[in-house]
Each structure stands twice: as C-alpha cells, then as structure tokens.
Ligand binder design. Structure first.
Ligand code: DXP
Ligand SMILES: NCC(=O)COP(=O)(O)O
Length: 246
C-alpha cells in the first residue's frame, strides 16, 4: 500500500493568523483535503500559537469524528507537560514528538536518541498507556535506530528537510535519498514503522516512495499549501496522493 497522506494545516493557520479574521479556514481546508482523499490531518501547535492555535484543535477533532471517522489526527510537538496535556485532551490517533526549541522558525533536526532516551522513554510509555500511536522525529541516521526503538515508540518520522532542499541538485538529492532509505531499512528491520516529512512536494515524493516502499505516512504542509494556492485544495490533495502512488 502506498504511504498515507496527512495534510499539515500549520501553513494555512499561519496565513489566517495575519489578520484577526477566520479565513482562510483551517477546518474548512482540512475538510476539503479529507473530502479529496487525504488520510489525515496534522498540526504542530507551538507555544506562541503562531501557526495552529489551541482553539483549532477541538474543531479539527470534531471534523474527523463527525465527518471523516476513518481519518487520523496527528499532533506534533515538543513534549512539555503542557503539550502532553493537550494531546490527552484532544485524543489524536498519532503523536509525533519533535525536539523543537520554542524559538525555532521550523523543525530542522530529529532527536539525538543516545542523549535523550532517558527523557523520551517515560513520555513514550505515558502516551502509549493513553492509547496513542507514538512517532519520533528522526534524522536520516541508521545508527540511531536501535536507540529510537528502545524508547518503546511505534514509528519514526524521517526528517526529509535536507532531501527537500536539494530540488536543484539531483546528485545531492540522490545521496540524501539513500541516507533516508538506509535509515528506513534499519527501522523496518528493527520493527519500527516509518513516516516521513518536511519539505516534501509533488516533484520529490515519487523517488522517496520508490526507495522506501514500506513508507507508512507522509505529513506535508508548506509545499502542499503553496500548490493549493495555485490549484485549489481538492486538486492539490489529489496531485499529492498520485505522487505517493495512489
Ligand atoms: C516536524 C515537522 O517537520 C513539521 O511539523 C514542521 O515542523 C511543520 O512545521 P511548520 O509548518 O510549522 O514549519
Ligand atoms: N511532519 C512534517 C510535516 O508535517 C510537514 O512539514 P512541511 O511539509 O510543512 O515541511
């Protein structure tokens, strides 16, 4: 089965937040993506609420529960106590833990599992006990996979930023893709499922999907939102689904 597509609503929220007005509608565009076949919605709320606001979360949860019960809600973020309480309140199907500093413009690296396993392991245990699937944001580094697995997480999400930034250098893209592929191979062999995300676009998805046939899910926001401005959300979702192999 091709990788499932979870549409990240952060970029739409950031556009809305330019004004104190309710458009573009985060929930409305989430609905359009799900109606066009997306498998889920992702948000990455940060403490300053510059992207998704806390008030968006109950609306997205209700959208999925009431209209698309087969879809999944994925909440990403740094696991502070506030973040964990947020997750427990809004009951996403998946939680993706990301080692973000609050001041960071966007996510730009995965966890250092060797250094942070003592921090992560009890958090993963708490989330799993709560019934959430847990994914850990990971650099494309095969040697880190066993420490990631030892935290008890279900999945890793490969940080694809360096691959995504190679759009004009095919040789560099090939090397980055191979690092992602080797890390995915090691993760799948260790019993972890593999997600991927950051700077994925229609042009770079097919090669990623081909190199990692077992890829479980991609979460995509920035590039998908850029295309939605040009083609509309429904057509854009269909284009990204096709690029994943659907
Ligand atoms: C973990 C990850 O790569 C995404 O969640 C990314 O952080 C999206 O964030 P922004 O769209 O807020 O930059
Ligand atoms: N987890 C990655 C994600 O949700 C989207 O990242 P991007 O497509 O906005 O770079």
């Amino acid at each position: 089965m091709p990788a499932k597509l979870s549409v990240n609503l952060n970029a739409i929220a950031m556009l809305r937040n330019r004004r104190d007005l309710p458009w573009p509608s985060v929930t409305g565009l989430g609905r359009a993506a799900l109606a066009a076949g997306a498998h889920g919605l992702t948000v990455h709320p940060r403490p300053d609420e510059r992207h998704t606001r806390l008030s968006d979360l109950p609306e997205i949860r209700a959208l999925i529960d009431d209209e698309f019960p087969q879809a999944e809600f994925n909440i990403e973020g740094y696991p502070t106590e506030d973040f964990l309480l947020l997750v427990e309140k809004h009951q996403p199907e998946q939680v993706t833990l990301v080692p973000d500093d609050p001041a960071q413009a966007t996510s730009d690296h995965g966890w250092n599992f060797a250094e942070r396993s003592t921090f992560l392991t009890p958090i993963v245990k708490r989330l799993k006990k709560g019934g959430f699937r847990v994914s850990l944001f990971s650099d494309p580094e095969p040697s880190q996979v066993s420490a990631a697995r030892d935290t008890g997480a279900d999945r890793i999400e490969l940080y694809t930023g360096p691959y995504g930034s190679c759009h004009s250098d095919s040789e560099k893209a090939r090397k980055e893709l191979e690092k992602l592929g080797k890390t995915a191979d090691a993760a799948i062999a260790a019993g972890l499922a593999v997600n991927a995300g950051h700077d994925l676009v229609v042009a770079n998805l097919p090669a990623l999907a081909k190199r990692i046939p077992g890829l479980a899910e991609v979460s995509i926001g920035h590039g998908l939102t850029a295309d939605a401005l040009e083609y509309g959300m429904a057509e854009t979702t269909r284009r990204f689904l096709r690029a994943c192999g659907w």
